[in-house]
Design a protein around this ligand. Sequence first.
Ligand code: DC
Length: 219
Amino acid sequence: MPDTPIVVTVDGPAASGKGTIARRLAEHLGFAYLDTGLLYRAVARRVIDGNGDPADSDSAVRAARALEAAELAGEGLRDETVADAASVVAADAGVRAALLDFQRAFAAAPPNAAPGAVLDGRDIGTAVCPDAEVKLFLDASPEVRARRRVRELRERGSNAIYAAVLRDMETRDARDRDRAVAPLAPAEDAFVIDTSTMNADEVFREALAHFDAQTTSRK
Ligand code: DC
């Protein structure tokens, strides 16, 4: 077992396939897994539940500072209203700063003494864990991602409309990419995978091959 945990970062826009791959890598490697989007969603949920405005920095920062780990398993975090508010609170520098320690602590000392951690998000390879050994960045065209999201929403019983999902996704992507703090972008040393024409098994194989190549010296 390595002395220091191996950190794997998986960044990318919504519905790029990063969650699926990150979860699968963690399971395969016996690593701990953190979906960092849940942190921003849980902050948004707190603000909404308190009838606050996600764009109001004071409310959002207060919610981020008060956040407890148990809230990451809360109900309704996958709703579109929460996703939208999450991209608003995520643009706030104070919110991002308040969530930094939790993410870094998870990577440095993964729960259950796991030998490594996989974190997925938007800024993990660039801002949260810039020294991570393995960095992946998953991308896909907006149309492909919107189709995936529609399928996901319909499986959950919603009658999602493609055009609306695509429009909302492009709005949130722009907010994530254009914000001043920790914008969505691949780290210089990230391995970029365009998943537009790949299935989950193909992406997983590429991701694992990259992991193996980056960590051979550890074995
Ligand atoms: O991955 P997701 O859809 O659950 O993320 C919800 C929002 O949180 C999304 O708008 C981007 C933001 N986010 C972020 O800014 N940084 C992260 N590390 C993870 C998510």
